[in-house]
Each structure stands twice: as C-alpha cells, then as structure tokens.
Design a protein around this ligand. Structure first.
Ligand code: FES
Ligand SMILES: [Fe+2]
Length: 438
C-alpha cells in the first residue's frame, strides 16, 4: 500500500511511488487526484514532447487547428511558406483567447477584444490606435504570440513547452522504428481520414496510455464478442503470441501481437503491401510481417493501434490504423481525440473500407471503444474512493523477463506479448518527470 497522508508532500509520495514501480506496484490514487493532476501539468506536460497534429490536417498555407499541451491552448498553423508554427492561442494584449474555432484557414488572427491582429506565424502586425494610443512606445516585434518549439517525425507534429528539453529525435529514442509500422504504409505515407472524433470522458488519460502501451491481457475478455462473432480474423487463443517492446528510460512501449496463421502484410491491398516492403527496412519488414495487431504509446499521451477487422464476420479483415491523443482536462477526466490514418496512395475504396472498419471498432461509438471506456471509467471512479485510493495494483508480470536476443528491433523486447514490462517502463518515466528527474 502506498500511503499519502495529507501532510506528506506530494513529491515525497511520488518518490515512494517510484520505488514501488521497481517492485511492480503502482497506486490507484495516481488515476484520480487533484494534486497528481496539478503536478503532471507543472512537471510533465510542461517538459515532454507532446503530439499536436498530423501534417495532413493542415496541408495548405493558412490551414490551422487548435490543440493543447497540458492545459495550454495552441494554434498550430501552416504559414504562407509552408512552415508549421505552434503559438499560444492567447492574445498578448490582455490575454483573450484568440481563435475560438477548432480548425480552419486564416492568414491572420484578429483578437475579438481590442482588435490586435497577428499573422498565422504569430507576429503581431495590427494594433488599433497604434500612433495615438501608444505614441511610439509599443514595438510590435516584442509582442508576438508566445511561440512553442515544434518538430516533426514522418508527418507527426510535436510541440514542447521547454526550450531546454532534448530534441524530438532524442526524446523518441528509437521508437521511430515502431512508429514507421503505422506511418510508412506505401511510399506516400499516411494521411488523416477527416478530422478527429473527440469527446470528453470521465477517464484518466494514464489508463488509456497504459492500455495502448500493449495491454493484450484485456483483449480476449473485454472484447470477447469480437472473437465470438468473427470480427477478428483470428482465434482469441493466439493473442498472447508476440512481443512487448519498451524503450527503456523513455516510457514508450508497443505490443506486437502475432498469429502464426495471419498472412504477412495481411489486410492490405497487394500493391500497397509491396510498397510497404520498400518503405520499411528489412528489420522493420520482418517485424511487420509477423505482426497482426500493433498497439503502442508514445509517452506520455499519444497512441496508435493497427489491427484487422472483418466488416463481414468470418471474412479476412481490413487492417486499419487509429491514432489517439488523451488530453487531460482534470483529475480522472480527459478529452479523447481519435483519428483514422489511411495510406495516402491507397485507392478511395480501400480508404473508405479502412475508415468503416475504424469507425465500427474505434470511432467514438465504436464497439471496442465502448468496451474500453466502460472499464476505464469505472477504474477511474474506483480510484477516487477513499478505501481504494491508497491501494497498489500489481505490475509484476514478466519481472524476470530477459530480452529476446533474436528480436530484430530496438528496445527491450520480451515474450510473451501479455506482460507488464511496458507498463513498468511507462510509470517509471512518469515518475521521472513528476520527481523532476527527467
Ligand atoms: S485582449 Fe486581445 S486585443 Fe485586447
Ligand atoms: Fe481495448
């Protein structure tokens, strides 16, 4: 049991939690606690590289979306030169929220309060009563929107609020190998199939991050209907075959489930599968060929899932990819963003099929999504109960697992796929940030 008397500083509690993780324990309280939520805002989301948008959401000059890092609202926009910028969506004059729309196209943003106007790249260009009011004392260049660092990997645009943080490349730390399994679908890569579904849920973001870091344990139970009714082109008994791969000290993790009878690159049209073999390295192609389901989390709150889903029960499935972001909005409460990614070069028919499969399984009313959120919401609810919050949960599967020396990818790959190794790595990184070690 990890106790946190109210008199104990939260940072000391986090140190205690960190020691517990090494012994395979993690406390319920982390999933619903105002203090933990506040500390995450202050020490985690202010330091980590966080996902903002996929480049295909803003393909043309002037396109923008508004997104969050922690509780900070940002405008992510493509300027007239094609460069992507992220600026705080807050006017420098008196702090009004500038852009109220979620997405659109604009060369400039004009504040609705006193009319200060900024280019989509963030520079202040228009100030009402500039001469008469400010009498030469206001220098426009000093009052641009607050800029946030951005960097991208294969179309994924990330932002970081900490100017001193290491590069995105270093932050990903080799997980790019696995991201490619979701992103290099054909030589043209992937694009979003429309805007994200998003909705508020009384679920802690970390429960989702953990589940998507490779929880193959719940699949045959929570989603049992999918096996029973033939929506999975595989038997549930094979779910535990494959690897759990984590990137030590980075927090990222992926579950690679495979079924011996699932064809290499199955679920994709032949011509796309041929292009994917070209786009991936031989090591990646080997991992991909053996993978039926890939479910992974980029620390802290971005996840991906690729799996086949049969639109007609019993028939071979179509493989779809979903990307999801868990935006924390309070203790035990989050806003979910969920996208369907499709190969840019695929036929319109395949894109539509993949989107249908995604929508039925993982759209906001998707069957899998409902299974998961029913459980996650109850876990969150229980975590706030006075008798539950100081209970620890066991994360002791695979405590003695040795990495598979034959596995061709980077990181720490253990067998079987059903394993707590990835979760211990995820929570250790979380504790690093909350204790200020990261
Ligand atoms: S708050 Fe934006 S112009 Fe005054
Ligand atoms: Fe699930």
């Amino acid at each position: 049991m990890t106790t946190r008397p109210d008199t104990q500083p939260l940072t000391a509690w986090v140190e205690q939690v960190r020691a517990g993780i090494e012994n395979g324990r993690f406390p319920a309280r982390a999933f619903k606690d105002q203090g933990v939520h506040d500390l995450e805002q202050e020490r985690l989301f202010s330091k980590a590289w966080c996902f903002l948008a996929h480049e295909s959401e803003i393909p043309s000059p002037g396109d923008y979306v508004t997104r969050y890092i922690g509780n900070n609202n940002l405008i992510v926009a493509r300027d007239e030169n094609g460069d992507i910028h992220a600026n705080l969506n807050v006017c420098r004059h008196r702090g009004n929220v500038m852009c109220k729309a979620e997405m659109g196209n604009a060369s400039h943003f004009r504040c609705s309060y006193h009319g200060w106007t900024y280019k989509n790249s963030g520079e202040l260009v228009g100030v009402p009563y500039m001469k008469e009011g400010y009498e030469g004392r206001l220098k426009r260049k000093d009052w641009s929107l607050v800029r946030v660092r951005v960097d991208a990997y294969e179309g994924l645009v990330f932002g970081c609020l900490d100017p001193e943080a290491p590069s995105l490349e270093e932050y990903l730390g080799g997980f790019q190998f696995y991201l490619d399994l979701y992103l290099k679908h054909g030589l043209g890569g992937v694009e979003v199939h429309g805007p994200p579904d998003h909705w508020i849920a009384d679920t802690d973001w970390k429960i989702c991050a953990e589940n998507f870091a490779g929880d193959g344990y719940h699949t045959p139970v929570a989603h049992q209907w999918g096996f029973n009714l033939g929506y999975f082109p595989s038997s549930g008994s094979t779910h535990s075959q494959g690897w759990a791969v984590s990137i030590p000290d980075k927090g990222h993790g992926i579950g690679l489930g495979h079924s011996p009878d699932f064809p290499a690159f199955g679920g994709f049209p032949d011509e796309l599968a041929a292009e994917m073999r070209q786009a991936l390295s031989p090591e990646q192609a080997e991992v991909f060929a053996r993978t039926r389901t890939a479910v992974g989390t980029v620390f802290p709150n971005l996840s991906f899932l690729m799996q086949p889903f049969s639109l007609v029960p019993g028939e071979p499935g179509v493989r779809f990819v979903t990307m999801r972001l868990y935006h924390p909005v309070g203790p035990g409460r989050m806003e979910m963003y969920s996208w369907c990614l499709v190969p840019r070069d695929a036929s319109a028919e395949y894109k539509t099929e993949a989107y249908r499969a995604y929508t039925l399984a993982f759209g906001q009313a998707g069957t899998f999504e409902q299974d998961d959120f029913e459980n996650w919401t109850k876990v969150t609810q229980a975590a706030g109960m006075t008798m539950v919050r100081d209970i620890d949960f066991p994360y002791i599967m695979g405590m003695e697992s040795e990495p598979d020396p034959a596995f061709p990818g980077p990181g720490h790959a253990v067998v079987p796929y059903v394993n707590d190794t990835n979760f211990r790595n995820l929570w250790a990184r979380w504790a690093d940030y909350l204790t200020g070690e990261a």
